[in-house]
Design a binder for this molecule. Sequence first.
Ligand code: AMP
Ligand code: GLY
Length: 366
Amino acid sequence: MALARSAKVGLVVVGPEAPLVAGVADACRSAGIAVFGPNAAAAELEGSKGFTKDLCAAAGIPTAAYVRANGAEQALAELSRFSLPVVVKADGLAAGKGVTVAETREEAGAAIADIDNAPLVIEEFLRGEEASLFALVDGETAVPLASAQDHKRVGDRDTGPNTGGMGAYSPARVLTPELEGRAMAEIVLPTVRAMAARGTPFSGVLYAGLMLTDEGPKLIEYNVRFGDPECEAIMPRMEGDLAELLLAVATGRLGEIDPPELSHETAVTVVLAAQGYPGTPRKGCLVDGIEAAEQVEGVTVFQAGTARHGSGALLSAGGRVLAVTARGPTLAEARARAYRAVDAIDFADGFCRRDIGWRELAREGA
Ligand code: AMP
Ligand code: GLY
């Protein structure tokens, strides 16, 4: 806060969920510093799955049927009310690791035992394709920004353990204008109104993880931030002044400005991860060729888990090391550019998925 004041910072953008849940935006607001991101009370939309489920139930927002349980004994007693598969979730922040889709009652029981007597949510399993909708919200007004589709599993064709995300593309055309309209009207807007009505208005970007079911879009979960790697696929499509847009959100003026402008091109992001991820990644491996990769048309390489060695060399320093994004007139072209750029990067210890965008390409018959 002292740094923000002394540098006369005009806008603070809080990225990850943990500082939002811990109240960093509240601290900025009390210090009179414009901040993009929800207060702690509104960050509960991501911080507590139980909170969000109760809010949805009260406001009639479509989501999976659920029960909240406080500890294993209660959870096991409730389990029999659900058919299989069933979804078991830790209530609090779990960095994407707190969710089990259980095919058997034994597996569900083990997931419940794993959560170790903390609050949890048991949910009905929803069928359909997933897509994410990002909406900007200034407490009162909400406007759709973009859609995207993440690739959570580590391996091609969605196999292997869950990760923070191995790649994304935007827009996700499976979320048609009609479905996006429904998701705004039936999910996002009622949430924004309910949050305002309880005295905890939401301000920032609301990331709605949706299941597109036969009955329409249903909410799987909210995040209160731009997703990673979804953000790297959305930002290169932004055409207006991003700072002005985020400042309008921060100062409650979203209704007074033009809606966000995004390119109709598709952007594809491929994550280059270090061997070992999503477990313990190997670090300290040489990463080279970023400049060559950025020579490919439409490509931007975002660095995530990198560190500069004293010698000037770039080394891997985390699980997800680079996010390679390419824009293109079609998903197929954007993806071809992204992989051309990936192949120009020299990172012996790295790996990536080779099938980002496969669902949409399969739908297009490409
Ligand atoms: P979450 O952290 O709540 O987004 O859950 C992680 C992933 O688990 C989601 O992206 C879905 O793939 C899956 N998932 C969560 N809840 C459900 C549900 N009710 N039905 C089907 N899949 C789910
Ligand atoms: N890629 C998923 C997330 O950021 O939550």
